[in-house]
Design a protein around this ligand. Sequence first.
Ligand SMILES: [Zn+2]
Length: 106
Amino acid sequence: MHQRNNNFIDFELVRREASIEQVLELVGYKPLTVSGPQWRGPCPIHKSSSPRSRSFSVNLERNAFQCFGCSAKGNQLDLAAALFGLSVYEAAIELCRQLGLEPPTK
Ligand SMILES: [Zn+2]
């Protein structure tokens, strides 16, 4: 049995409990510019070659990110998956583990 409980993680609940800001905090991300809820800076996914790059854009209110360099975009679980190098499902569990949360199941 490889697929233990795979379809029972409540992604919506994970997204409610873990913000995109917490995901970025876990990997020690520091934005170059902050304008209200909008962060800009080097992309932690494709690892912008310049530390002054502003290709990566995050909206903390919408828990959404977008990179104009590598075209990655999505919500905090998509970001966690990209940063941890895991599937969204595995990233949701890993995120809960790192934040000390019980992975919510349906
Ligand atoms: Zn990128």
